[in-house]
Design a binder for this molecule. Sequence first.
Ligand SMILES: Cc1cc2nc3c(=O)[nH]c(=O)nc-3n(C[C@H](O)[C@H](O)[C@H](O)COP(=O)(O)O)c2cc1C
Length: 436
Amino acid sequence: MNSPSEVRALIASYWEDPAAASLAGYLARGGYEAARKALTEMKPEDVIEEVKRANLRGRGGAGFPAGLKWSFVPRTSPKPKYLVVNADESEPGTFKDKYVMLRSPHLLIEGSIITAYAIDAHVAYIYIRGEYDVCRVRLEEALREAYEAGFLGKGILGTGYDLDIYVHKGAGAYIAGEETGLLESLEGKRAYPRIKPPFPATVGLFRCPTVINNVETIAYVPFIIRHGGAWFASLGTERNGGFKLYCVSGHVQRPGVYELPMGTPLRTIIETYAGGVWRGRRLKAVIPGGSSAPVLRADEVDVPADFDALAKAGSMLGSAGIIVMDEMTCMVRALEVIADFYADESCGQCTPCREGAPWLLEMVQDILHGRADPSYPDLMLQIAQNILGRTICALGDAAALPVLSFVRKFRPEFDYHIEHKRCDVEERYGEVSNPD
Ligand SMILES: Cc1cc2nc3c(=O)[nH]c(=O)nc-3n(C[C@H](O)[C@H](O)[C@H](O)COP(=O)(O)O)c2cc1C
């Protein structure tokens, strides 16, 4: 076991070796030893306690403590329990789960075995977005290898524990990434999110207790069992254990996925790891957690990239999709790209989101094309404020938060567009760059 200061990468350490994607390569790196340890030396409650100790927060967006979520599953319920792995990865700017599935599929399978064991599930589903067909093929190949080696199926590793894992392909809708929309879709229905409570841990798939976790969350579980929860916790910040896969895109020299300790400063991720803003330009803005997260100005990026610090800074870590914008970005056009996505992906179930998201898009487009009057920015803030917190799922918030933050933080650009029917950035630079 390495001391925390010696650890350079966890999940990504598998990505350096292409052979690690195969069962033989995975076993050569100690693969499935954590599952063996959990199933033969630990009781399910011990596994949950270890994960609680690790301060493992869900990596799908909300950052809910994983061990705590697992402890909500009623163990005495006579109903079957299910594990569902969320591999929908639909938030723009997020592209980490696909690497986990492509380059370290057995890590996800091993994490699923340990998690399913901890919650007394004997069936697990990996719900994968339709566009990730290459990942699906790789996962199914890895599952076949795991079945053949006795890591899945009946009497896993010679114990009395049985588990089957199925890969379920979605059709590619953002709303199907929301956990209850996902469950509806998995049940063969349209992915309309459910009203919570009840939460899936008690009433989930087929109305049975269900744990839903993101791919990355599950992929960290084998490390926790192998090295201990306290060790994992010590890698990160106070309530944010371990490492994190940060996705950096937009106007940087080296876009990519960087696995770093939780709480690495946002500026360090951008400047040191992603090589800084491209073409020698200055930083203008950063969206730290996927396109639904409130935007930060360049002077706001000296913040640890963890769930609590970014929330305190008025944004969120979300899915850690860090989108970097340089000084030549038109913020009105950038907001149009984002608003277009949420208007298109609103499932239509809740009126504020169904009507409000396209309305906001239309207003940004009016500003962009010189059709707006000076009342628009305030009206947009009012509309966004009326969507916020008033929908069944957080897609409404995802449509509202970018508008609130872009308009409030870059108001002069919106006003300039309205008054002059031209882009201020284009006036100054001649050309605008946008991270779309
Ligand atoms: C509109 C919407 C889309 C979402 N899309 C995803 C997604 O693609 N992948 C994901 O893991 N979580 C997504 N989530 C979060 C899930 O609802 C849920 O919180 C997560 O899967 C729980 O896993 P975790 O605790 O490991 O993060 C989305 C949430 C919302 C509101």
